[in-house]
Write a protein of this length. Structure first.
Length: 639
């Protein structure tokens, strides 16, 4: 049973296997199948090899990209690190420059150039400001020097390149530049590489910060060159700040000097008013004596010179009284020949005997249009300065000629435009002027003398400028100086020689009411009027004069209002006198009529204005005009 069951189970299986074996392919078919399988296997292996190669190449490419990316990241990190370090250097320089004291500025700038050059591996460094404050600072590595003319010519050289928007010029290799003058200039400076940054300021000046490389292997990364603009701004701002501080200090000193001079001027003004009284007496008595002396008298020339000296003193006092106020004085054609002749007479009388004054012939065509007193002051100031420069011993020479200028010509003080000019030159054989002093001699308040006030040459410059001229100066220490004043020629015919002053017109006993608040001045005025043939009636008080005029106006023929402080009180008194006696002419005597308007004179009924201190000739002419004019006309004598 057991075997039967076994057979029962195995026989069907065996039968199935046999059937399958009988149905299996033959040997040839198996070989074919095997060949096909091997072929497919070979193709699969070839494809796998190709894929492995492609993956290997792709892996290499990925590794290369990763390496390149890493190198770039590392280079960027190094660049950022170098840039941060450079910015740190510039920030440190800026901080030091901001905190620098005035006496430390030069040292800090030199240190800043050394730090920048060390970072950029440069052999020379410099900063040049071409104009304005005009500064040059340089630094060289040990054993290196600047060639002649370098870096002075750098600002001009920058213009031959095309700087970037930040003003940067970067030449990594000078030998690669195109042949030409620029390359030759850089090669002459022994440059291998050159980096500079420039900036043009609002005042027209150009600032250049440059670095020279003398070693061929040294290069400066272009990415870091742009930071030099910050360094240039920091150093330039420091120099500008220093210049402004110096200018501020100079202005403060001038202001203090001006305040001192204002105090002195106030004191001088008070003294000048008193001095006016003395001059008035001198002029009055001198003119009276001159009229009584015969023309051929030996004393007549001396008295005439005394009168001229008193007139000059009066003009000087008038200048002191109106110092600091602008005066539009009338101008006229002036013969330089006459002016020099008159001035030379004054100089010979005032200069020390050891000073020789030589005046060369003046051409008759030397005529200018100007104010004679101011032009005479120019000659006097230049000659007095020349005498002082020679320590009161030497030779002063005055030379005058005419020149035709065909092209614009710059001079030391001002420029000449094309045209005809009169050149007035004053030369001396004194100690001369050094270049540093020569640049400042025309500045107000600047003087090299202990007793000087610094106004002499400053006044000369202003007068020459107002007359449309210019000044040129030549001076060599130990040899002498020469000051040339160029004034435009007057195009019309030369004026004739000044005629002799006309004889004084004397009065015929007319009564003149005179008012002055000082008895001494009143007495001097009465003496002048009496010498002119008038009968003066003086009053020291405005109320007394007004009461006398109201009581009997027919008693007087002319009213003369003198000095009454303040000036408005004199006008008020003149107006009151005019209302009391409207038919009488009224004269106003004042030291300066600049501050009195024509409307105020008309309102006060003033007929004439005469200068104080009184001059006989001027007063006689004014009185004569008033007495012979009907009805009374109003005039203002402002000359």
């Amino acid at each position: 049973l057991a075997h039967g069951r076994l057979l029962h189970d195995l026989l069907p299986t065996t039968d199935r296997i046999l059937k399958e074996l009988l149905a299996a392919p033959s040997q040839q078919q198996l070989q074919t199948l095997r060949t096909s399988i091997l072929t497919r296997q070979a193709q699969s292996r070839a494809t796998a090899r190709e894929f492995r190669l492609a993956l290997y190449v792709a892996s290499l490419v990925l590794v290369g990209l990763l390496v390149q990316t890493g190198l770039r990241l590392r280079a960027g990190a190094l660049t950022l690190q170098r840039r941060a370090a450079f910015e740190h250097v510039i920030a440190g320089i800026s901080t030091r420059l901001i905190d620098a004291q005035p006496h430390q500025i030069d040292a800090h700038i030199d240190r800043a150039l050394a730090d920048l050059a060390a970072y950029l591996k440069a052999d020379r460094a410099y900063i040049v400001i071409s104009s304005g404050i005009a500064r040059i600072h340089g630094w060289c590595r040990e054993g290196k020097t600047f060639p002649p003319g370098w870096p002075d010519r750098v600002p001009a050289l920058v213009r031959h390149f095309n700087p970037t928007e930040d003003g940067i010029v970067h030449v990594q290799n000078v030998d690669r530049l195109s042949p030409g003058a620029v390359r030759d200039l850089l090669a002459a400076a022994r440059l291998s590489g050159w980096v500079c940054v420039s900036k043009r300021r609002e005042d027209g000046s150009t600032s250049v910060l440059g670095f020279d490389t003398l070693r061929p292997s040294t290069t400066t990364p272009s990415a870091e060159v742009g930071l030099l603009r910050m360094a240039l701004d920091a150093i330039t701002n420091l120099l500008v700040r220093e210049h402004l501080l110096q200018e501020r200090a100079r202005l403060e000193m001038n202001l203090q000097q001006a305040r001192r001079m204002e105090t002195v001027g106030a004191l001088a003004s008070g003294i000048a008013h008193n001095f006016n009284n003395i001059i008035g007496a001198i002029l009055g008595h001198t003119e009276i004596a001159e009229q009584q002396l015969a023309l051929d008298s030996r004393a007549h020339p001396s008295v005439k010179e005394v009168r001229h000296a008193a007139e000059r003193a009066r003009d000087l006092v008038d200048q002191i009284l109106v110092f600091g106020r602008r005066r539009d004085q009338p101008r006229r054609p002036v013969s330089i020949r006459d002016l020099v002749a008159e001035t030379s007479g004054l100089l010979r009388a005032s200069l020390p005997a050891e000073i020789e004054l030589a005046v060369r012939d003046v051409p008759a065509s030397a005529v200018v249009y100007g104010q004679p007193t101011q032009l005479q002051q120019v000659i006097l100031n230049l000659c007095n300065n020349a005498a002082q420069a020679m320590d009161q011993l030497g030779r002063v020479e005055i030379e005058t000629d005419s020149h035709q200028v065909t092209a614009s010509r710059p001079l030391a003080q001002g420029d000449l435009k094309p045209g005809c000019y009169v050149r007035l030159a004053v030369s001396d054989s004194g100690r001369g002027i050094d270049q540093l002093t020569l640049e400042r001699i025309f500045q107000p308040f600047f003087t090299t003398r202990v007793d000087g006030n610094g106004f002499g040459l400053a006044t000369v410059r202003e007068i020459v400028r107002e007359h449309g001229g210019a000044i040129d100066v030549w001076s060599v220490p130990g040899i002498g100086s020469r000051f040339e004043v160029w004034l435009p020629c007057y195009s019309a015919d030369p004026p004739a020689m000044r005629p002799s002053p006309p004889a004084v017109q004397l009065g015929e006993g007319e009564t003149v009411l005179v008012v002055d608040d000082a008895s001494e001045r009143l007495l001097a005025d009465e003496e002048v009027l009496a010498a002119l043939g008038y009968e003066p009636v003086g009053f020291t008080g405005a109320a007394a004069a007004l009461a006398a005029c109201r009581a009997s106006p027919e008693r007087f023929d002319v009213l003369l209002v003198g000095y009454i402080a303040p000036a408005k009180s004199a006008l008020d008194l003149a107006a009151a006198l005019h209302r009391a006696a409207p038919n009488l002419p009224t004269l106003l005597a004042t030291a300066s009529a600049d501050e009195i308007s024509a409307e105020a004179l008309l309102a006060a009924g003033i007929s004439e204005v005469v200068h104080r201190p009184l001059i006989s000739g001027e007063l006689a002419e004014a009185l004569a005009r008033c007495l012979r004019v009907e009805p009374i006309s109003v005039r203002t004598l402002q000359s």
